[in-house]
Design a protein around this ligand. Sequence first.
Ligand SMILES: [Mn+2]
Length: 321
Amino acid sequence: MMCDDGGAGADFRSVICKSHNGIFRPLFVESGSLIMKADASQVVEILRVAAEENQVCSLRMMQTITLPEQGEVWMTGDIHDHRRNFEKLVRAADLANNPQRHLVLHELIHGDHYDSNGAEDSWQMLAQAAELKGDYPAQVHFLLANHDLAQIYGEGIMKAGLSVCEAFTAGVRRDFGDQAELVCATISEFLLSFPLAVRAENGLFFSHSLPSEAQVDLFDYTVFDRPLEGKDYQRRTGPVYQLIWGRGITPQGSEIFAANVEARLIITGHQPQDMGYAINGKRHLIIASDHNQGVYVPLSLDHEYTMEEVVDRITKFVTLP
Ligand SMILES: [Mn+2]
């Protein structure tokens, strides 16, 4: 749906208007200039529907989504509110006309869109992704990421001396006013509904990251196949925390992880990649989707890939219209 900007110019946060259902709109004009107020009840509804779809997904068992044996999957890296890449991705994926296609999304929040007061806008990206989930519940899948967990617990991830979690919350407060608490709580529920892994019968395994080298041997691999409790999320010691915060695993470490989860090939994000991706041995590919060199990987679900074949499939967002 095209944006109706109320004649106030096109300098406001236009992503909202690009939402395909046109559900986010500037609600009123104040002292001659456009004031963006999002509709809390609509956003809460979108987030709740998406959270429920995450939980009731027929492909989900505990914390793992297992994709069908046919069809295809597009794996992405961290998005971090990179709107242009996200828009290109959604357009290219054309889920409506490709019901066999699955899209995996993670680390959508905490980007570069700040206002002059230090409020950050990425709740909008999250709502857009939730809306996509609501429209294509069997095809859109999320993975829990460390920024999600940090936002839920209000932990400090600092960027240039500022807490990105506080900046995110400030954006919600700015746009929802007295409904901000409700929206924040609903965002947390939505994020907590994300599974930890997406896998397929052809040996593909996707998660936000992998445990660190020091943790990979003693990692609690049951975390994918059981209900979670508070201590699973605990800083440093919890397996959820270790999985999504882990960095720097070696090719040898990734082989150990792959053997434990019976995967042929693992794709994660989390570790920034200036050139879009890094090959970490025979079984582990790291990709990024949050900048101009960002990539995604479209893969078939009925082919057992080698790393070489997967690397051949890596697609840069810059090549998309
Ligand atoms: Mn991350």
